[in-house]
Design a protein. Structure first.
Length: 114
């Protein structure tokens, strides 16, 4: 399974950004897809995920501000991020959990300037 992420960039505090990720290489639907992020000098942390059956979850730090959506037919996910703060600055990684195997995208930088 290969994951190709896009989106990200530089935005001011309070702004919005949209991340997208497309999975390829599997003839079956991907079990769970989601996003992690890693800020400078911090560990990678889970942000949000959504299963192919619709169940989803968010980290407390982004709940109410970020929305994850998924297109099962195309194996794509998006992360709509609103009300961004400098604490959201990080490299965001697309992630897939497919029958117990973990896959990662290349990472995309999100920078929120104050």
């Amino acid at each position: 399974v290969q994951l190709q992420a896009s989106g990200g960039g530089l935005v001011q505090v309070g702004g919005s950004l949209r991340l997208s990720c497309a999975a390829s290489g599997s003839e079956f639907g991907i079990n769970t897809m989601g996003w992690y992020r890693q800020a400078p000098e911090k560990e990678r942390e889970w942000v949000a995920s959504k299963s192919m059956f619709g169940s989803q979850g968010y980290a407390d730090s982004v709940k109410g501000r970020f929305t994850i959506s998924r297109n099962n037919a195309e194996n794509t996910i998006t992360l709509q991020m609103t009300s961004l703060t400098p604490e959201d600055t990080a490299v965001y990684y697309c992630h897939a959990n497919h029958y117990g195997a973990q896959y990662w995208g290349q990472g995309t930088q999100v920078t929120v300037s104050s």
